[in-house]
Design a binder for this molecule. Structure first.
Ligand code: 3EB
Length: 317
């Protein structure tokens, strides 16, 4: 597997490749005519529109039950889009996770490793409960059976968009990953009820040993210590706290020597135009900066990343 960012303007160059598991487009979209699953995420990048491209070995792709998916014998990428009008985000979450899980499990990729979830109006009330909290109820319900069957919660990102439907895309694997938690943070799935009737079901990171290397999929990470947000609305102070969280998480993952950051995304609330300077982790890592709503109103930024150690070995790009 490989992951890289590519200018959306050059998307046509990718359409004939047979090794693509998924293409995730950020910003205004042009047509994607390839066979591989494609997700349009309506978050504005700083700079030109970009595609995130995930490649594998020899890939088989299909559409079934509204799920567009591709797999290469190790990894499965799957995506689904569900209308999420007001009154419906909880049901949309049940539907989206239900369909993705059925597809992944039927194809033999029984373990969710990484999930990305985007939907509009994330803070709007819905029948008296914030839509993010409604979403968490639906996700919790959808994952119950999966967890009972021995499934493991994935690492995740959940960000509010200005428009669009609920999009869920995931990476699943034939073998379970190892859940990594952050010693500075309460497990998200054990958050107290002050954050909603059901907790967000994700782990802080997922470690997966694969041919020749170990992957670390790091969830969206923000300035939360214990279960409380720090430095409300203060981008720089939150960035410092987020970096401390990332350091603690990576340390507890115990990657070997020379881990590389393969890709990193920074979500910034309400950004228009150039960003103020702020402390960034991992100078030189491929980075995408996106405007979006972090799932607590007081959070100004969130950072996710994928790292790997080990060399790529023969047979990998
Ligand atoms: C947090 O740590 C910040 O609901 O899937 C980060 C990553 C956050 C994933 C999710 C939420 C999610 O609670 C928010």
């Amino acid at each position: 597997m490989r992951i890289f960012y590519y200018p959306a303007a050059r998307r046509a160059e990718l359409e004939h490749r047979s090794d693509i598991l998924g293409v995730v487009g950020y910003g205004p979209q042009t047509a994607w005519r390839g066979h591989a699953p494609h997700v349009a995420v309506p978050l504005r990048p700083v700079g030109p529109p970009m595609d995130e491209v995930i490649t594998g070995g020899t890939v088989v792709s299909a559409v079934r039950d509204g799920v567009h998916y591709a797999h290469d014998g190790e990894w499965l990428f799957a995506t689904v889009e569900v209308e999420a009008a007001s009154g419906g985000i909880e049901r949309a979450a049940v539907d989206a996770y239900g369909r993705i899980l059925r597809r992944a499990e039927d194809e033999g990729y029984r373990y969710l490793i990484r999930a990305w979830q985007y939907f509009p109006d994330i803070h709007a009330p819905d029948e008296g409960l914030e839509r993010y909290r409604q979403f968490n109820r639906g996700r919790h319900q959808a994952l119950e059976g999966y967890l009972a069957r021995g499934g493991v919660r994935p690492a995740a990102t959940c960000i509010g968009t200005p428009t669009g439907a609920l999009t869920l895309h995931v990476l699943a694997h034939r073998r379970p990953g190892i859940a990594i938690e952050n010693p500075r943070q309460v497990c998200a799935y054990r958050y107290p009820e002050i954050y909603g009737p059901r907790p967000p079901d994700f782990v802080r990171a997922m470690k997966v040993a694969d041919v020749g290397r170990t992957w670390l999929w790091i969830s969206g990470t923000a300035a939360i210590v214990g279960h409380e947000s720090r430095a409300p609305g203060d981008l720089k102070a939150q960035a410092r706290e987020t970096l401390a969280n990332l350091d603690a998480l990576v340390a507890s993952a115990g990657l070997g020597d020379g881990p590389q950051v393969l890709a990193m995304k920074v979500y910034v609330r309400g950004h228009e135009g150039p960003l103020p300077s702020w402390p960034q982790p991992w100078a030189g890592a491929p980075t995408l900066i996106l405007g979006g709503d972090i799932c607590r109103p007081e959070l100004a930024l969130e950072i996710e990343a994928v790292m790997a150690d080990g060399d790529m070995g023969a047979g990998h790009e």
